[in-house]
Design a protein around this ligand. Structure first.
Ligand SMILES: Nc1ncnc2c1ncn2[C@@H]1O[C@H](COP(=O)(O)OP(=O)(O)OP(=O)(O)O)[C@@H](O)[C@H]1O
Length: 240
């Protein structure tokens, strides 16, 4: 390991620090010593091919999968904490499947997510006015982009200090992808986001800062523009 890799993240700048995370599930060693840090502003993209371990990394941060290693959030070691305790420290999670209750209305979906004594409806409706106008609509009848607004709106409702957002554009039509990019842009102006996303054009629109996971390890940390050839090779895409 080089000195640069070994050096501790700057605790004044990094809100989330992950050190030597290992996850083993059913005999598979899925994360094999993942370490990186996420600063307290803007978007950090978590990239990697299918099955590289991106979702597992987010789930490991929240303690949703058994793991070893260290997770430090806002200067506190939360590695031994239960998921609900970690979430209460101020981490919002928009999972890959969005976790929206299709049979409930938009308003009911938001109400279910209330955690803090003063949920921030003003902020959520300011960012996503559609969630107010569609309050009585069943969430299952919303477009994919609108459902993503509900998922991110729920995470913003509480006073979260960081959002973990997993593949928000997966399976969405290009027009809706643009909608989601706008949603993320608006959200990122208020809270730092660790974003798992395969759509590189979208990632580029939001950030130049990336961590790339390959086969359960961090293979690249830096900017998208640092070393495009290497990123291209690691991601297996024709253009980065
Ligand atoms: N609960 C589980 N049991 C067994 N294997 C799992 C489990 N969860 C994940 N894996 C495996 O771990 C590897 C990493 O999965 P993960 O979902 O983290 O990848 P990913 O980078 O998010 O990929 P994708 O882009 O396809 O979602 C995959 O090979 C997956 O099959």
């Amino acid at each position: 390991m080089s000195d640069a890799q070994r050096s501790e993240p700057d605790s004044t700048a990094d809100l989330l620090q992950i050190q030597d995370l290992h996850v083993r599930i059913g005999g598979s060693h899925i994360l094999q010593g993942v370490s990186f840090a996420v600063p307290g502003s803007g978007v950090t993209a978590l990239l990697g091919r299918n099955g590289a371990g991106k979702t597992t990394t987010l789930r490991a941060v929240l303690g949703l999968v058994p793991r070893t290693g260290t997770v430090v959030f806002d200067g506190e070691d939360v590695s031994g904490r239960r998921p609900y305790e970690i979430v209460r420290r101020g981490i919002g999670y928009a999972p890959e499947d969005r976790g929206v209750f299709g049979g409930l209305t938009v308003a009911e979906n938001l109400r279910l997510a209330e955690r803090d004594p003063s949920p921030r409806y003003d902020l959520v409706y300011e960012l996503f006015p559609e969630l107010r106008t569609r309050a009585k609509q069943a969430a299952g009848t919303l477009s994919g982009g609108q459902q993503q607004m509900v998922a991110i709106g729920r995470a913003l409702l509480n006073d979260n200090r960081m959002l973990l957002v997993d593949e928000p554009t997966k399976g969405l039509a290009p027009k809706i992808v643009t909608e989601v990019a706008e949603v993320l842009e608006r959200a990122a102006a208020t809270v730092p986001i660790l974003l798992v996303e395969q759509n590189l054009a979208l990632v580029r629109r939001l950030t130049d800062r990336a961590v790339l996971i390959a086969e359960g390890r961090v293979a690249y940390t830096g900017t998208l523009s640092d070393d495009p050839e290497r990123l291209q090779e690691l991601l297996g895409v024709s253009r980065v």
